[in-house]
Design a protein around this ligand. Structure first.
Ligand SMILES: [Zn+2]
Length: 431
């Protein structure tokens, strides 16, 4: 199959009138259009950009949107997250994933990390999320959470041995799956014990995968790890031997200068969720400092009830704007840098071959409508994509070469039916 577009964003910048050839889920090449071929798809008036990478999310939380929108983190966790996550059976979990994936695809997200923690002492719920992703056609990184803090709901919690064994089994079962990757994710220094964090690291090392963990989202965590473990969060993880190139530390709002330097030295990675951090009033991660320390950075939306949008283009914009507010400097984090975080860097963070349009890369692509009012005037298209573009300008999406959105409509699921099922499930829900 060839996709013929007016503009294609490659490593060389915008290339005019190009054909992107796709075979077996990958991009075989980008070349001049030349003679027509059978199977050509002409995208007149459109540009192709890499699909965006949502490197941190909790899909079931899409169903909790609107329940406790104006609370702080602890209020939200104790009055919304914990009680309502108890209401979802396996079908509800799958429905939340479908809703989140459907919305993300419409916004041009082609890879989603689901940091998934409703385990019910098994892998069946995680498998339901994997099946939902496969059916709707989004690329999934299932960050299989390992949780043992006794203050959390029972269904999140497992023994260290059970969590490690199940996580290793799930990784093995999906190794070689073209659109699903499983990676271990001890919840956080407050949600997972020292033994659990170490066990997650050993699973990641044995299977050679990335390792996800929430770190220092709230200020309380620094004081708490210092009191309980004698070190601030990043130093604590370093002492445990779990800070390295496979580490994906999510949030990192409250790090001191030494911790930022340590992340750079260890080549640990950051996933940044600016909208969610703003929504919950967490604070502002020091992104330019992290960049200078050599930390690779991907972007995430976080859950649907702490954002409440599902667009990585939006997170690119917020990444730049929020740092400008913090530093009172309109020159920090230009659009090109933010775009890379939401595409190429996010993919590298996760260890997948996406985020770039080029030969050999995964065929995860987004078409945008060049005549859309939000992209006018077309003086600098990439800056417009980051700062100005409306989600309605996203018209078509391919994941692994499969068309999953065509002319703004999902091809794999009946949107009306999906919305009806969501309304039915959540009928009468109040905080
Ligand atoms: Zn999270």
């Amino acid at each position: 199959m060839r996709l013929l577009a007016d503009l294609v964003l490659t490593d060389a910048g915008w290339e005019r009138d190009r054909a992107v050839t796709i075979a077996d889920g990958r991009i075989a090449g980008v070349a001049e259009v030349g003679a027509a071929q059978p199977g050509d798809v002409r995208l007149a008036g459109k540009a192709l950009v890499p699909g965006t990478i949502n490197a941190h999310c909790h899909t079931f939380q899409a169903l909790l949107r609107g329940l406790g929108d104006d609370l702080d983190f602890m209020g939200w966790r104790d009055r919304v997250l914990y009680p309502f996550s108890e209401r979802l059976d396996r079908r509800g979990i799958a429905l939340g994933a479908q809703l989140a994936f459907a919305e993300m695809l419409r916004h041009g997200v082609t890879t989603c990390v689901d940091f998934f923690y409703l385990q019910d002492n098994g892998n069946e719920n995680a498998e339901a999320v994997i099946e939902a992703a496969r059916a709707i056609g989004i690329r999934l990184v299932l960050a299989r959470t390992m949780y043992d803090w006794e203050g959390a709901p029972r269904r999140y919690r497992e023994s260290v041995a059970d969590a490690a064994r199940r996580t290793a089994e799930l990784i093995a079962r999906h190794r070689g799956d073209p659109t699903t990757v499983v990676q271990p994710a001890p919840h956080s220094p407050h949600g997972a014990s020292t033994a659990m964090i170490r066990a997650g690291w050993e699973v990641a090392e044995a299977a050679d995968t990335r390792f996800h963990i929430h770190v220092a989202e709230g200020r309380y965590e620094g004081e708490r790890t210092l009191r309980e473990h004698g070190a601030t969060p990043i130093r604590y993880l370093d002492k445990l031997g779990v800070l390295g190139p496979r580490t994906i530390a999510v949030h990192c709002v409250w790090l001191d200068d030494g911790e930022i330097a340590l992340m750079g030295e260890r080549r640990a990675q950051l996933v940044y969720c600016p909208s969610s951090n703003m929504f919950l009033g967490d604070g502002i991660t020091r992104i330019p400092e992290m960049v200078r320390a050599g930390v690779r950075i991907g972007l995430g939306t976080d859950g649907g009830c702490t954002n409440n949008r599902a667009s990585v283009f939006e997170e690119m914009r917020m990444t730049s704007l929020l740092q400008r507010v913090r530093l009172l400097d309109g020159t920090v984090l230009p659009a090109e840098r933010a775009f890379a975080m939401g595409t190429r860097d996010g993919a590298e963070t996760l260890g997948i071959d996406a985020g770039v349009i080029g030969a050999g890369r995964l065929a995860d692509l987004v078409a945008i409508e060049l005549d859309h009012p939000s992209l006018q005037p077309p003086i600098d298209l990439l800056k417009n994509v980051v700062y100005a573009m409306s989600p309605q300008a996203v018209t078509d999406v391919w994941v692994h070469g499969r068309p999953v959105v065509e002319r703004g409509r999902l091809t794999t699921v009946d949107s009306g039916d999906l919305v009806a099922r969501v309304r039915d499930l959540t009928k009468g829900w109040r905080m």
